[in-house]
Design a protein around this ligand. Structure first.
Ligand code: ZN
Ligand code: ZN
Length: 171
């Protein structure tokens, strides 16, 4: 995801609004690689503070992780905010302590992809679960209990699935 800042980078006080759409690389979460289903969208305000360029706004993306319980892939929307400051490399007057959090840039284009990914990752859950009441896989036979009920001992049968259970038994 890139921002062309040629129009405002030399004009302190200047700001612009941007709607961006760009594909993102897959990210690593919970020990696995997770793909985006399509381009991420950003609604951004970019302003020249005199010392640096501030990028603030909202991000929207959709991921396709695998459910930790039933192992089925599912679609998960993610929405969050971004707020970053970019300073011109070798220029500007930022104090050293400010620069620790600021990101250097050169030329006319900011590549905000790493910060977009970072912001999205901050709001991801520790574990991906397709839905709160996902019944997961049967620990004994490995069947997806959202779809079928099995005869394994120690399992309570959801009455809504009892019909399915008989169906599979007769096969
Ligand atoms: Zn699940
Ligand atoms: Zn089972």
């Amino acid at each position: 995801m890139h921002i062309d800042v040629s129009k405002i980078k030399a004009s302190p006080g200047e700001r612009m609004h941007l709607e961006l759409e760009a594909p993102l690389p897959s990210l690593e979460a919970g020990g696995e690689r997770v793909e985006f289903t399509g381009p991420a969208r950003a609604s951004l305000e970019v302003s020249n503070t005199g010392k640096a360029l501030r990028v603030e706004g909202r991000l929207k993306a959709q991921l396709r992780p695998q459910c930790a319980r039933c192992l089925e892939p599912f679609t998960m929307p993610v929405e969050t905010e971004i707020s970053e400051t970019y300073y011109p490399e070798g220029g500007g007057e930022a104090a050293p302590d400010e620069r620790e959090e600021w990101i250097p840039f050169s030329g006319d284009v900011l590549d905000i992809t790493p910060e977009v990914l970072k912001s999205l990752m901050l709001v991801l859950p520790m574990r991906f679960v397709c839905r709160e009441d996902c019944r997961g896989l049967c620990p004994r036979c490995g069947r997806n209990r959202n779809l079928v009920s099995c005869d394994c001992p120690g399992e309570d049968v959801d009455p809504r699935l009892a019909v399915l259970k008989d169906f599979f038994k007769s096969k």
